[in-house]
Ligand binder design. Structure first.
Ligand code: PMV
Length: 360
């Protein structure tokens, strides 16, 4: 597939007005996407677990307008008008206009809500942009008539990517790959695809408890972060390493080798942060509590033989990953040892999920 394949033929139908609702989850990368080229093309392939409970629900109401000269939309979060979200959505509309040319012909009301608190420091861009992209693709399906499901999902993921790169990994589950990788022939830089190979049952219902260490605004936006990889002294080596780590994970997923899974996932998280510490300008996005948690996880693993591990986003919060069969033991450990390092004791229990759903 190329970008051209996502430019639609002239629409055969007209629709005056309507509304679509989609619910779409967040995802957590195991091999991280960090660095991009023009048009949101990733500098390296990534793979993520789709989450189940951290999600966004978006209703997109649309009505035909007379002129097609500008984008016209209002955004609401939990029923409250949010003009502050408009610039990001305006940029998104500009990027996708050639692929969904109907967008200038309608006025949109975007009503969105998240299951996780907006100020939790959990990025809502993956779930939010994928939910919006799905609503738009649904409208287009109405304008073109029949569209097969595979193309529908690819197009929605393609559009979501243009909103926020990692959003293209949120549509399906439970594992999604984005970015070309030589061992995964269906992988693409343009959209996410369901991980196509065998996954050992040890990874079924894998748990992700998100420890909210710092709920403040992101210190470094991901746009700034990705740009730090241009002219980064270690960029090329890092991009190579992501390919190698994804190859290694294919074997891990097949064989259920949790020790190797831990090595790869924690190394990826620390590498992401190492990239930020060694860029110019440089940043430290971990907080003292992030390190406290990591150290306690390492001690707990050492002492109990648990298969618990951590991963990080581009921030201070910690995602604690563990197999379902360890729920009770790790749950106790989190409550007794780790919650003290969370801001206001807040954390979110989530697990692997299976992607977005249309709400009809
Ligand atoms: O989708 P963006 O542009 O917000 O980038 C997300 C980057 C990381 O979350 C740090 C890693 C990833 O692959 O999700």
């Amino acid at each position: 597939m190329t970008e051209q394949d996502f430019i639609p033929k002239p629409y055969s139908k007209t629709i005056e007005k309507g509304s679509m609702t989609w619910e779409s989850p967040s995802n957590i990368a195991l091999v991280k996407y960090w660095g991009k080229k023009e048009s949101q093309i990733p500098a390296n392939p990534s793979v993520s677990f789709t989450l189940n409970d951290c999600k966004t629900t978006t209703t997109l109401s649309f009505s035909k307008k007379k002129s097609e000269d500008a984008f016209s939309f209002d955004v609401y979060l939990d029923g409250e008008k949010k003009d502050g979200f408009k610039p990001k959505i305006e940029t998104f509309f500009k990027r996708i206009e050639q692929y969904v040319p109907f967008v200038k012909g309608y006025h949109f009301k975007i009503e969105t809500s998240n299951t996780f608190p907006h100020s939790s420091g959990i990025a809502s861009s993956a779930s939010g942009m994928s939910a919006l992209a799905l609503c738009l693709t649904s409208i287009e399906r109405g304008l073109t008539g029949d569209v097969d499901d595979k193309y529908f999902t690819q197009k929605a993921s393609f559009l979501a990517r243009l909103g926020s790169g990692s959003a293209c990994r949120s549509l399906e589950g439970d594992l999604v790959v984005w970015g070309q990788h030589h061992e995964i022939k269906e992988s693409s830089d343009l959209f996410g695809v369901k991980y196509p190979f065998e996954v050992h049952e040890k990874f079924k219902n894998y748990q992700d408890t998100i420890l909210l260490v710092d709920k403040g605004e992101k210190q470094v936006s991901s746009t700034v972060g990705h740009n730090l990889m241009h002219n980064h002294p270690f960029a090329q080596e890092r991009f190579k390493q992501a390919h190698i780590n994804l190859s290694a994970l294919i074997k891990v997923f097949k064989e259920g080798d949790l020790d190797e899974f831990i090595n790869l996932v924690e190394s990826e998280a620390l590498t992401l942060h190492a990239m930020m510490m060694t860029s110019m300008p440089y940043f430290i996005l971990m907080k003292p509590n992030t390190l406290e948690i990591i150290n306690k996880i390492w001690v707990f693993r050492q002492e109990t033989g648990s298969k618990i591990c951590f991963t990080l986003d581009a921030g201070a919060n910690v995602h604690v990953l563990y197999p379902q069969r360890e729920c009770e033991q790790v749950g106790e450990f989190i409550k007794n040892e780790l919650v003290a390092h969370c801001q206001n004791g807040q954390y979110i229990c989530d697990q692997i999920g299976f992607g977005a759903k249309e709400i009809v």
